[in-house]
Design a protein around this ligand. Sequence first.
Ligand SMILES: CC(C)(COP(=O)(O)OP(=O)(O)OC[C@H]1O[C@@H](n2cnc3c(N)ncnc32)[C@H](O)[C@@H]1OP(=O)(O)O)[C@@H](O)C(=O)NCCC(=O)NCCS
Length: 218
Amino acid sequence: MQGELLREGQSRSPREDQRSSMERLRPDRSRTDCPVLLSERLVLRAPHEDDIDALAHLANNANVATMVSRMPHPYTVNDAADFVRRTKAGAIGKCVYAITKADNGAFLGCCGIEPTEDPATVEIGYWLGEPYWNKGYTTEAAHALIDMVFRTRPDVEQIDARCRVTNVASRRVIHKCGFQFQGSGLAASLALGSNVPVEWFRLDRKTWISLRSWGVLR
Ligand SMILES: CC(C)(COP(=O)(O)OP(=O)(O)OC[C@H]1O[C@@H](n2cnc3c(N)ncnc32)[C@H](O)[C@@H]1OP(=O)(O)O)[C@@H](O)C(=O)NCCC(=O)NCCS
């Protein structure tokens, strides 16, 4: 599966998707289960060493760190190098992507999915460097990621998303991806060193199928 390119809107029947996914399914997933993803303006690919400087620069921002659960603040070049090393080792979920511009390769941020205690549920996460906010990039990346999950992983029935109650932009991204509100609670924030109120959302496979064109939510 390595090197396979999935493009938004690529048309294969659900049955074809499921059959080829089943053939690819292995008990111990590896990085090769996370294909490079292409969308209209973005390439989602594995983070690598060339990203370290841009990653350290963009992630060293309290407006980013305080909105995600496990990003240290301040964020150093060493933190970025460690992040790249651990993603390569599969230590941070199994599918962590660098979000990059298709036209010039610029590193914009990261997104990924990680397993939960329930094998049928994965959780999506994302952040983008502040200079790139409000251009629709995260929504575009999330659509590509969600499509990849439901198309290639027949074992996954739902994707969860969480955001801080105060995170209006992330809640909007979540809405534009079709997630439904499930409840609220508390989650740890490494940057703040405390628990913060969060909202929990879920997108199930049936809803994704009914929204597949995404245009419904724009
Ligand atoms: C949340 C985040 C990833 C969004 O990225 P993005 O690329 O700007 O998202 P998009 O452009 O796809 O969508 C953002 C939406 O929020 C809206 N928005 C942003 N700030 C807003 C505000 N203060 N009030 C109302 N709407 C707002 C935008 O207008 C846009 O909606 P629209 O397309 O309907 O106009 C980015 O802000 C970020 O990285 N924040 C810090 C880290 C973070 O919060 N990560 C998510 C943790 S759950």
